[in-house]
Design a protein around this ligand. Sequence first.
Ligand SMILES: C[S@@+](CC[C@H](N)C(=O)[O-])C[C@H]1O[C@@H](n2cnc3c(N)ncnc32)[C@H](O)[C@@H]1O
Length: 251
Amino acid sequence: MKIGGHAGYSLLRWLKPGDKGQGSGETKLSYVPKIKRILGSEGWDDLRDKVVLDFGCGIGFGSVELAKHGAKHVIGIDIRRDVLEVARKYAEENGVSDACKFTESVDEKVDVVVSVDAFEHIGDPAAVLETMDSLLNDDGFVVISFGPTWYHPRGGHLFSIFPWSHLLFTEEAQIRWRSDFKDDGATRFHEVAGGLNRMTIKRFIKLVEQSPFKIDSFRAVPIRPLAWAHNRLTREFTSAIVECKLMKQGS
Ligand SMILES: C[S@@+](CC[C@H](N)C(=O)[O-])C[C@H]1O[C@@H](n2cnc3c(N)ncnc32)[C@H](O)[C@@H]1O
């Protein structure tokens, strides 16, 4: 039973009249540590001289870090033209625009795909895994870090105005509340700018199992204060992010 209708909307409005305090969702400070945690320092160093695809690059913090680190070429892909434009400027300011390309579509082969904080936003993640496979060289790999997942206390992102609030209110009441301060016309969670696909850990694992990839390494990282309660049964509610490395099946 969820709180919806005018009552749900009014309660949300009363609890949080605007979007004050909501961040951009970009991960300038944690992008590199996230990749390093999955690949190790040696693996991070090995990205030098590689062609890297940054899937869901946003405003390009990660792509620029990869280029500054020495990647041969970084392709940042995103569905939002506005963020791609910002990313191009950011690469220019950092002197790496020759090594970076920001685009809505790619057709060249790459050595590595990296995707940070994007998988809970992607509208058709199964199709994206297929795309990643088609763009990746046979001996390449995919590094994914994403979250918070849907049952995390803040899994609703902007909609989580208090822990797990996104699970208590109807989608309709939350979208109506959001439309008070966002004018992109979204009527469903997945229509908000950048998307929100309610990705759970279980769904993600199932998607990978049905994809052309196999899991090389996987970690559901506990929310620190809830680490004591974190296990396979509770992890949907007690994990902060998911980190994994995928290889092509048969490699
Ligand atoms: C939270 S941002 C993360 C940006 C960046 N990776 C970072 O860590 O700073 C998620 C990005 O994924 C993008 N995105 C969502 N669906 C996508 C898709 N199907 N293909 C490419 N990008 C997508 C969104 O537009 C958004 O810019």
